[in-house]
Design a protein around this ligand. Structure first.
Ligand code: UDP
Length: 195
């Protein structure tokens, strides 16, 4: 996809359907290479101004989509480009719906117990295979332990919902360590899936 620069951050002009095609290819290809996906929202732009690691994680992302209308509007006004919306929730659920039992998913984030519930619901609703779950309230010095856990789980899709910045920085770190296919930062999606 064509990549724009918006407020010094990358943004890909990509439809939801095309983004799902790409993520599906990355998740299921063999041998796999790691990819990170960012769903950009206005909060990320503001927050990353004082967080260089967050900027770097976004710049290293393989795909950056517009999470909502705020970004769509900014791209239209400032760049004169129509960027489709491809929100994290639609990417996560769309991938699970498309690939079902062929997709092993790791749920990382939210308060203890929530990822378990989200995983159970997703297995029931989409037929996906649950690679593993972990809550999102661990210290950065435990990143390596959690990344190992994900690496060993055989996950093809890592859904990381740990809040703006933290989730992108973790995914970027994880990409450098492991050859697991797709890490998608998806904010409150684990809470939503848990119902
Ligand atoms: N979250 C987490 N660890 C943290 C902070 C937040 O797992 O250290 C989870 C939180 O429980 C929620 C999700 O991240 O499921 C999004 O949180 P929030 O809406 O507060 O973050 P934002 O996306 O607004 O930054």
């Amino acid at each position: 996809p064509t990549r724009l620069t918006l407020f010094d951050l990358p943004l890909d002009v990509v439809s939801l359907g095309r983004a799902l095609d790409l993520l599906g290819e990355w998740a299921t290809q063999s041998p796999s290479t790691p990819h990170t996906v960012v769903t950009l929202n206005p909060e990320f732009i503001v927050q990353s101004r004082t967080q260089p690691e967050f900027v770097q994680a976004m710049q290293r992302a393989d795909l950056v989509t517009a999470d909502g209308v705020g970004i769509v509007y900014a791209a239209r006004q400032l760049r004169g480009v129509e960027v489709p919306r491809a929100p994290g929730f639609d990417l996560a659920t769309g991938l699970m719906a498309r690939h079902g039992s062929a997709l092993r998913v790791f749920f990382l984030g939210a308060k203890p117990g929530v990822a378990e519930q989200a995983a159970q619901n997703a297995a029931r609703d989409y037929g996906i295979e649950v690679a593993g779950v972990h809550h999102g309230y661990f210290k950065p010095d435990e990143d390596q332990r959690v990344a190992e856990l994900i690496g060993q789980s055989g996950a093809q899709l890592l859904l990381t919902g740990m809040g703006a910045g933290r989730q992108e920085i973790f995914n970027d770190y994880w990409k450098q360590l492991h050859r697991a296919p797709v890490a998608l930062g998806c904010g409150g999606v684990i809470d939503v899936l848990a119902g």
